[in-house]
Design a protein around this ligand. Structure first.
Ligand code: PLP
Length: 397
């Protein structure tokens, strides 16, 4: 019998200090807004994860622990069975979170002042990590062509050719434009980076959330040579909505780089085991598949709702995603400066979404909407947006 999951149930996320609904994010005057900024989902984790956590809590003793024997095999099987990627377990290092791995890669494999390539509009923390490590951000903007973002491979070749450029932060799938990069695109990127000695650090945290007919290709699975030139950052945080209760993994196939990573982990003593994270992750990878399929289908239904509701609204255009629960909406037809657009969305539409400009200059006039939420709430929020836009139209005419 197929298991059924109820994603329509509404939970009060304010019962815990959830960031998405916190005044830190919404502002003290924003507590009634539709909270669709922070990239997590409003659904309870898979039942198997909840049961594992309850069992672990019931044990009641939380002294020092090591990694459960089943965790790494569960991850390796997941990557193999779900994504066709055979990973040698010896190549996997544990990490506190994905951003930590990106930051460690930058500090270990580039020097102060070296360039790191990013392809904006892209997850804003990439820029912070580069700046905080004293590296230089080199931008190779994605190109929007016929409603779809593509990589500018010529531009990438030029950026990578600079000998002071040592690394590229890849976002695969790409937050915020929702592209699930094809094997061909990844192979082309990989070839350029290898040609110029640029290490690819691939953030694949969104890899499990893809829509029907779309396939996520782990960058390191493209070829043996690409694997050796890669550092892949993985985590079950997004896939199973357990960001506050998991850790992450770094896959480092190159021996010397892996040793350097392991030594740095040791120096920083980052690998303390959190029992709840361990059991949550193991249960998710072992038993979370059906839940993930169901949540992906639910998100895709939310996507269909957005598509349908804004079809007749020329002021807003959906950039069709291949995956992720983050939608990139084009509001440029409203002709509002980023500050004014944010105010309009907030005050008139009642939306708290992430400003497009936060992802780089090319994001001006766009916004990132999180659709990992209850369908009826999304519907209501869309109503608010459509009303606000039609009132705005009336004032202009
Ligand atoms: C692309 C991307 N990478 C990393 C993160 C954060 O990962 P972590 O919490 O494991 O550091 C996010 C969260 O929004 C993200 O979207």
């Amino acid at each position: 019998m197929t298991e059924r999951f109820d994603f329509d149930e509404v939970f009060d996320r304010r019962e815990v200090p959830a960031l998405k609904v916190h005044r830190m994010v919404l502002g003290a005057d924003g507590m009634d807004l539709f909270p669709a900024g922070v990239a997590d989902m409003d659904f309870r984790a898979p039942p198997a994860v909840l049961a594992a956590l309850e069992n672990r809590a019931a044990h009641g003793i939380f002294g020092y622990e090591t990694v459960p024997d089943g965790l790494m095999p569960a991850l390796v099987d997941w990557l193999k069975l779900r994504h066709g990627w055979s990973v040698n377990p010896d190549h996997i290092l544990r990490a506190p979170n994905v951003l930590n791995s990106l930051s460690m890669a930058a500090s270990l494999f580039s020097d102060h002042g070296d360039g790191i390539i990013v392809q904006p509009p892209v997850f804003f923390d990439f820029a912070d990590i580069i700046a905080e490590n004293g590296r230089r951000m080199v931008t190779n903007p994605l190109v929007l062509s016929d409603g779809r973002y593509e990589m500018d491979l010529g531009g990438l070749d030029t950026c990578a050719a600079d000998p002071r450029v040592k690394m590229l932060f890849l976002c695969n799938p790409h937050n915020p434009v929702g592209r699930v990069w094809s094997k061909l695109e990844l192979a082309q990127l990989g070839t350029i980076c290898r040609k110029h000695g640029v290490v690819v650090v691939s953030d694949e945290i969104h890899g499990d959330v893809t829509f029907a007919g779309r396939t996520y290709t782990p960058f390191a699975s493209v070829s043996h040579d690409d694997a050796l030139n890669s550092i892949t950052c993985l985590s079950p945080a997004k896939s199973f909505n357990i960001a506050a209760c998991c850790s992450a993994f770094t896959v480092v196939p190159d021996h010397a780089r892996r040793d350097a990573f392991a030594a740095e982990n040791s120096r920083l003593t980052v690998n303390k085991n959190n029992a709840f994270a361990s059991v949550a992750m193991e249960a998710a990878y072992l038993h979370g598949g059906p839940w993930l399929d169901a949540v992906n289908a639910y998100i895709e239904a939310n996507l269909a709702l957005v598509r349908e509701r804004i079809a007749d609204v020329p002021e807003v255009t959906l950039i069709e995603p291949d995956g992720t629960f983050l939608l990139w909406l084009d509001f440029r037809a409203l002709a509002l400066e980023p500050e004014k657009l944010a105010l309009f969305l907030r005050q008139d539409a009642g939306w708290a979404i992430t400003r497009g400009i936060a992802f780089g200059e090319g994001g001006a006039g766009f916004g990132r909407l999180n659709i990992g939420c209850v369908h009826a709430q999304l519907d209501q929020a869309l109503e608010g947006l459509i009303d606000a836009i039609s009132k705005n139209r009336e004032t202009l005419t």
